[in-house]
Ligand binder design. Sequence first.
Ligand code: AMP
Length: 195
Amino acid sequence: MSLRSICVFCGASPGAHPIYRHAAENLGRYLAEQGLRLVYGGGAVGLMGVVADAAMAAGGEVIGIIPQSLERAEIGHFGLTRLEVVDGMHARKARMAELSDAFIALPGGLGTLEELFEVWTWGQLGYHSKPLGLLDVNGFYGKLGEFLDHLVEERFVRSQHRAMLQLSESPTELLQALRNWQPSAAPKWVDRKPD
Ligand code: AMP
Protein backbone atom coordinates (compact mmCIF):
# COMPACT_ATOMS: atom_id res chain seq x y z
CA MET A 1 0.00 0.00 0.00
CA SER A 2 1.41 3.38 -0.85
CA LEU A 3 1.60 5.83 2.03
CA ARG A 4 1.74 9.57 1.78
CA SER A 5 0.47 10.92 5.08
CA ILE A 6 1.21 9.46 8.53
CA CYS A 7 -0.66 10.25 11.73
CA VAL A 8 1.47 10.10 14.87
CA PHE A 9 -0.09 9.77 18.32
CA CYS A 10 2.27 10.49 21.22
CA GLY A 11 2.58 11.88 24.72
CA ALA A 12 1.90 15.48 25.57
CA SER A 13 4.63 14.80 28.18
CA PRO A 14 8.30 14.10 27.42
CA GLY A 15 8.43 10.92 29.54
CA ALA A 16 10.96 9.98 32.19
CA HIS A 17 13.97 9.30 29.95
CA PRO A 18 15.67 11.21 27.10
CA ILE A 19 15.34 8.05 24.99
CA TYR A 20 11.68 8.93 24.31
CA ARG A 21 12.58 12.37 23.04
CA HIS A 22 15.29 10.89 20.82
CA ALA A 23 12.83 8.40 19.35
CA ALA A 24 10.34 11.19 18.61
CA GLU A 25 13.10 13.25 16.95
CA ASN A 26 14.19 10.29 14.84
CA LEU A 27 10.69 9.52 13.71
CA GLY A 28 9.89 13.13 12.80
CA ARG A 29 13.11 13.48 10.83
CA TYR A 30 12.65 10.12 9.13
CA LEU A 31 9.11 10.93 7.97
CA ALA A 32 10.29 14.24 6.51
CA GLU A 33 13.26 12.61 4.76
CA GLN A 34 10.92 10.03 3.23
CA GLY A 35 8.67 12.81 1.90
CA LEU A 36 5.84 11.67 4.19
CA ARG A 37 3.45 14.23 5.64
CA LEU A 38 3.10 14.22 9.44
CA VAL A 39 -0.38 14.65 10.91
CA TYR A 40 -0.54 15.01 14.70
CA GLY A 41 -2.38 16.63 17.60
CA GLY A 42 -0.99 20.12 16.99
CA GLY A 43 0.58 20.75 20.39
CA ALA A 44 4.04 22.14 21.12
CA VAL A 45 4.47 20.25 24.39
CA GLY A 46 6.08 16.89 25.22
CA LEU A 47 6.82 14.37 22.50
CA MET A 48 4.17 16.04 20.33
CA GLY A 49 6.30 19.17 20.03
CA VAL A 50 9.48 17.13 19.53
CA VAL A 51 8.18 15.03 16.62
CA ALA A 52 6.70 18.11 14.91
CA ASP A 53 9.84 20.24 15.37
CA ALA A 54 12.06 17.46 14.02
CA ALA A 55 9.90 16.98 10.92
CA MET A 56 9.75 20.74 10.26
CA ALA A 57 13.52 21.11 10.78
CA ALA A 58 14.12 18.40 8.18
CA GLY A 59 11.96 20.22 5.64
CA GLY A 60 8.83 18.10 6.07
CA GLU A 61 5.15 18.96 5.82
CA VAL A 62 3.38 18.96 9.20
CA ILE A 63 -0.32 19.40 9.88
CA GLY A 64 -1.54 19.83 13.46
CA ILE A 65 -5.15 19.36 14.55
CA ILE A 66 -5.99 20.86 17.94
CA PRO A 67 -9.27 21.43 19.75
CA GLN A 68 -9.99 25.03 20.72
CA SER A 69 -10.20 24.05 24.40
CA LEU A 70 -6.64 22.68 24.38
CA GLU A 71 -4.98 25.34 22.31
CA ARG A 72 -3.60 26.92 25.47
CA ALA A 73 -2.85 23.85 27.57
CA GLU A 74 -0.99 22.05 24.82
CA ILE A 75 0.27 25.33 23.37
CA GLY A 76 -0.90 25.24 19.77
CA HIS A 77 2.20 24.96 17.60
CA PHE A 78 2.30 27.92 15.22
CA GLY A 79 5.48 26.87 13.44
CA LEU A 80 3.78 24.15 11.39
CA THR A 81 2.89 23.97 7.74
CA ARG A 82 -0.73 24.24 8.93
CA LEU A 83 -2.50 24.25 12.31
CA GLU A 84 -6.22 23.46 12.21
CA VAL A 85 -8.28 24.43 15.25
CA VAL A 86 -11.36 22.22 15.60
CA ASP A 87 -14.39 22.09 17.91
CA GLY A 88 -13.49 19.18 20.17
CA MET A 89 -11.74 15.88 20.73
CA HIS A 90 -14.03 13.90 18.46
CA ALA A 91 -13.54 16.33 15.60
CA ARG A 92 -9.80 16.18 16.19
CA LYS A 93 -9.62 12.39 15.87
CA ALA A 94 -11.94 12.32 12.88
CA ARG A 95 -9.86 14.95 11.07
CA MET A 96 -6.54 13.28 11.91
CA ALA A 97 -7.90 9.99 10.54
CA GLU A 98 -9.31 11.64 7.42
CA LEU A 99 -5.96 13.23 6.54
CA SER A 100 -3.85 10.09 7.15
CA ASP A 101 -3.03 6.84 5.33
CA ALA A 102 -1.55 5.09 8.40
CA PHE A 103 -1.16 5.59 12.16
CA ILE A 104 1.86 5.29 14.44
CA ALA A 105 1.89 5.54 18.23
CA LEU A 106 5.06 6.63 19.97
CA PRO A 107 5.16 6.26 23.77
CA GLY A 108 2.53 8.32 25.51
CA GLY A 109 -0.19 8.29 28.14
CA LEU A 110 -3.94 7.90 28.25
CA GLY A 111 -4.59 10.23 25.32
CA THR A 112 -2.15 8.33 23.11
CA LEU A 113 -3.73 4.98 23.98
CA GLU A 114 -7.23 6.35 23.57
CA GLU A 115 -6.46 7.69 20.10
CA LEU A 116 -4.73 4.47 19.04
CA PHE A 117 -7.50 2.20 20.32
CA GLU A 118 -10.26 4.25 18.78
CA VAL A 119 -8.68 4.20 15.34
CA TRP A 120 -7.97 0.47 15.77
CA THR A 121 -11.61 -0.25 16.60
CA TRP A 122 -12.68 1.73 13.52
CA GLY A 123 -10.43 -0.53 11.46
CA GLN A 124 -11.75 -3.67 13.16
CA LEU A 125 -15.30 -2.65 12.26
CA GLY A 126 -14.29 -2.02 8.66
CA TYR A 127 -14.79 1.77 8.75
CA HIS A 128 -11.33 2.13 7.22
CA SER A 129 -8.52 -0.11 5.94
CA LYS A 130 -5.54 1.89 7.12
CA PRO A 131 -2.61 0.21 8.88
CA LEU A 132 -1.43 1.05 12.38
CA GLY A 133 1.66 0.38 14.42
CA LEU A 134 3.54 0.98 17.64
CA LEU A 135 7.01 2.42 17.64
CA ASP A 136 8.47 0.51 20.55
CA VAL A 137 11.09 2.44 22.48
CA ASN A 138 13.15 0.52 24.99
CA GLY A 139 10.41 -2.12 25.40
CA PHE A 140 7.82 0.53 26.29
CA TYR A 141 4.96 -1.35 24.64
CA GLY A 142 5.96 -4.90 25.68
CA LYS A 143 3.43 -5.21 28.50
CA LEU A 144 0.65 -3.87 26.33
CA GLY A 145 1.53 -6.50 23.71
CA GLU A 146 1.23 -9.23 26.37
CA PHE A 147 -2.14 -7.94 27.46
CA LEU A 148 -3.37 -7.80 23.87
CA ASP A 149 -2.31 -11.44 23.41
CA HIS A 150 -4.28 -12.25 26.56
CA LEU A 151 -7.39 -10.68 24.97
CA VAL A 152 -6.97 -13.05 22.02
CA GLU A 153 -6.46 -16.10 24.28
CA GLU A 154 -9.62 -15.17 26.18
CA ARG A 155 -11.53 -14.87 22.88
CA PHE A 156 -12.42 -11.21 23.13
CA VAL A 157 -10.31 -10.27 20.10
CA ARG A 158 -9.75 -12.18 16.86
CA SER A 159 -6.12 -12.95 16.06
CA GLN A 160 -6.60 -11.24 12.67
CA HIS A 161 -7.58 -8.04 14.48
CA ARG A 162 -4.68 -8.38 16.92
CA ALA A 163 -2.40 -8.74 13.90
CA MET A 164 -3.55 -5.37 12.55
CA LEU A 165 -1.18 -3.70 15.02
CA GLN A 166 2.44 -3.74 13.83
CA LEU A 167 5.33 -3.21 16.24
CA SER A 168 8.96 -2.28 15.68
CA GLU A 169 11.79 -0.37 17.33
CA SER A 170 12.85 1.05 14.00
CA PRO A 171 10.95 3.69 11.99
CA THR A 172 12.25 2.14 8.74
CA GLU A 173 11.00 -1.34 9.64
CA LEU A 174 7.73 -0.04 11.00
CA LEU A 175 7.00 1.95 7.84
CA GLN A 176 7.82 -1.12 5.75
CA ALA A 177 5.44 -3.26 7.84
CA LEU A 178 2.71 -0.66 7.41
CA ARG A 179 3.26 -0.59 3.65
CA ASN A 180 3.15 -4.42 3.45
CA TRP A 181 0.02 -4.76 5.54
CA GLN A 182 -3.01 -6.31 3.84
CA PRO A 183 -6.45 -5.63 5.29
CA SER A 184 -8.18 -8.79 6.57
CA ALA A 185 -11.76 -9.55 5.62
CA ALA A 186 -12.41 -11.18 9.01
CA PRO A 187 -15.62 -9.99 10.63
CA LYS A 188 -15.42 -8.60 14.13
CA TRP A 189 -17.79 -11.04 15.81
CA VAL A 190 -15.79 -13.93 17.27
CA ASP A 191 -18.38 -16.42 18.45
CA ARG A 192 -21.43 -15.53 16.44
CA LYS A 193 -22.70 -18.28 14.14
CA PRO A 194 -23.10 -17.31 10.50
CA ASP A 195 -26.66 -16.10 9.69
P1 AMP B 1 -1.26 11.84 26.48
O1 AMP B 1 -0.85 10.58 25.82
O2 AMP B 1 -2.28 11.62 27.59
O3 AMP B 1 -0.11 12.71 26.91
O4 AMP B 1 -2.08 12.66 25.39
C1 AMP B 1 -1.59 12.79 24.10
C2 AMP B 1 -2.53 13.54 23.24
O5 AMP B 1 -3.81 12.90 23.22
C3 AMP B 1 -2.82 14.97 23.73
O6 AMP B 1 -2.78 15.80 22.59
C4 AMP B 1 -4.23 14.89 24.25
O7 AMP B 1 -4.91 16.11 24.09
C5 AMP B 1 -4.81 13.88 23.32
N1 AMP B 1 -6.05 13.31 23.80
C6 AMP B 1 -6.35 12.91 25.06
N2 AMP B 1 -7.59 12.39 25.11
C7 AMP B 1 -8.11 12.51 23.86
C8 AMP B 1 -9.35 12.19 23.25
N3 AMP B 1 -10.34 11.62 23.97
N4 AMP B 1 -9.50 12.44 21.93
C9 AMP B 1 -8.53 13.02 21.22
N5 AMP B 1 -7.33 13.34 21.72
C10 AMP B 1 -7.12 13.10 23.03
